[in-house]
Design a protein around this ligand. Structure first.
Ligand SMILES: Cc1cc2nc3c(=O)[nH]c(=O)nc-3n(C[C@H](O)[C@H](O)[C@H](O)COP(=O)(O)OP(=O)(O)OC[C@H]3O[C@@H](n4cnc5c(N)ncnc54)[C@H](O)[C@@H]3O)c2cc1C
Length: 315
C-alpha cells in the first residue's frame, strides 16, 4: 500500500463500491478499505432495490466486488482509525498501523443503529423489529403493527406506517424508565382520526419466538399483541476517524452529520462523503446512485488538478 492511490474509498458496501466502480472505469487506481459490517447485515432479504428485489444484501455485495475487480480497484480488509490531509493528499491509518496515501478520499462508512437497552429488541432487529416501511412494509401489510416511539420523528413514522395497515399501535410511553414522547392534542387527534391507538405505558420487553415477534410487554404487565414493530433507534454516523480533519457538520432531526454539497464534497477539498454516513435516510439504490455521481465528481476534480498542473508548467 506504499504507492499513492488516485483515490482511497473507506467503506466497501453499496455506496463505497459504487463510487469505486465509477473511478475504476475512469482509469483511476483505487484502494477500498472495508471492515465488512454493512448496516443491513441483519436482514436476509432486500426490497425496493430494482433488479435485486428480495435478494440477499450479501449477494449484492459479492456481485459488486466482482464488478469492481474488472478495473484497477484493490479491496483491503481493515478498519481506518485516523485520517490526515493536506492540500495535495490524504493519508489514512488502519487499525494494524499500516498507512495508505491517496490524492482524494471518499468516505462511505455508513452508520451504526444504536440498539436501545430493551430485552428482545436487538436480537430481532431486521426481522421482527423493522426500521423502514419501504424496505419491509409490504411483507407485513395488513398485519398488527406497532411503532415504538423513540423520538419526535416517530410520530411522522406512525402516520407513514398507517399506509401499510389499519391495525396500528403507537407505543409512546418510552422504554423502561426513559421518558416517553410528548404528543400534542392536535397530533393525538390526527393519529386517532385514522384509528391509530396510542399506548402511554412504558415498554419493558419485546416478546416472540425466534426472529418473529408476538407482542410488546408494558411496565404494568399488560401485553399488546403485534406481528411487527417499527422503530427508529439513534443513528450514529461512522465518522469518528475523521475527527482530525475538523470537517463542517450539519444538524438534522436525527443527529449531526458531515456536511456535503450536492456532489458529496465536504469542507475539505480532497474529501468526499457518500451514503448513510451523511444521510441516514438513503436506501441501497439511493446510496448507489448518489455515490456514482460522487465517483464521477472525484474523477473530475482529479482531471482538473492534472490540467491545472500541466497548464502551470507546459512542456
Ligand atoms: C435492518 C436493515 C434492513 C435494511 N433493508 C434495506 C432494504 O431492504 N432495502 C434498502 O434499499 N435498504 C435497506 N436498508 C438500508 C441500507 O442498509 C442502507 O441504505 C445501506 O447499507 C447504505 O449503504 P452505505 O454503503 O452507505 O453503508 P453500509 O452498507 O453500512 O456500509 C458501510 C461500510 O463501511 C464499513 N466501515 C465503517 N467504518 C469503517 C472504517 N472506519 N474503516 C473501514 N470500513 C469501515 C462498514 O463495515 C461497512 O461495510 C436496511 C437497513 C437496515 C438497518
Amino acid at each position: 500500500m506504499s504507492e499513492t492511490w488516485d483515490a482511497i474509498v473507506v467503506g466497501g458496501s453499496a455506496a463505497g463500491l459504487s463510487a469505486a466502480l465509477l473511478l475504476g472505469r475512469a482509469l483511476r487506481r483505487v484502494l477500498v478499505i472495508d471492515d465488512g459490517q454493512p448496516r443491513n447485515r441483519f436482514a436476509a432479504h432486500m426490497h425496493g432495490v430494482l433488479g435485486w428485489e428480495g435478494e440477499s444484501p450479501a449477494d449484492l455485495l459479492r456481485r459488486a466486488r466482482e464488478d469492481v475487480a474488472h478495473y484497477d480497484v484493490t479491496i483491503r480488509t481493515g478498519r481506518v482509525t485516523t485520517v490526515a490531509a493536506d492540500e495535495q493528499s490524504v493519508t489514512v491509518t488502519l487499525d494494524d498501523g499500516e498507512t495508505a496515501t491517496g490524492r482524494a478520499l471518499v468516505v462511505a462508512t455508513g452508520l451504526t443503529d444504536v440498539m436501545p437497552d430493551l430485552p428482545g429488541f436487538a436480537p430481532r432487529w431486521g426481522t421482527g423489529v423493522l426500521h423502514c416501511p419501504y424496505c419491509h412494509g409490504w411483507e407485513v401489510r395488513g398485519k398488527r403493527l406497532g411503532v415504538l416511539a423513540m423520538s419526535p420523528m416517530s410520530l411522522h413514522q406512525s402516520q407513514l406506517i398507517r399506509q401499510w395497515s389499519s391495525d396500528l399501535t403507537v407505543f409512546a410511553g418510552g422504554i423502561g424508565g426513559d421518558a416517553g414522547i410528548d404528543i400534542d392534542p392536535a397530533t393525538r387527534a390526527r393519529l386517532r382520526s385514522r384509528g391509530v391507538r396510542i399506548v402511554e405505558e412504558p415498554v419493558v420487553e419485546i416478546l416472540g419466538d425466534g426472529d418473529a415477534i408476538s407482542g410488546v410487554r408494558l411496565a404494568d404487565g399488560q401485553v399488546v399483541e403485534v406481528d411487527a414493530l417499527f422503530a427508529g433507534p439513534r443513528a450514529r454516523p461512522n465518522d469518528e476517524f475523521l475527527a482530525a480533519l475538523d470537517l463542517d457538520r450539519a444538524d438534522n432531526p436525527v443527529g449531526s452529520f458531515i456536511a456535503v454539497d450536492e456532489f458529496g464534497k465536504t469542507s475539505h477539498p480532497l474529501v468526499y462523503a457518500v451514503g448513510n454516513v451523511i444521510n441516514p435516510a438513503l436506501t441501497v439504490p439511493m446510496s448507489i446512485g448518489s455515490a456514482a455521481m460522487t465517483g464521477g465528481m472525484v474523477n473530475m476534480s482529479l482531471v482538473t488538478r492534472e490540467f491545472d498542473s500541466a497548464a502551470a508548467d507546459p512542456q
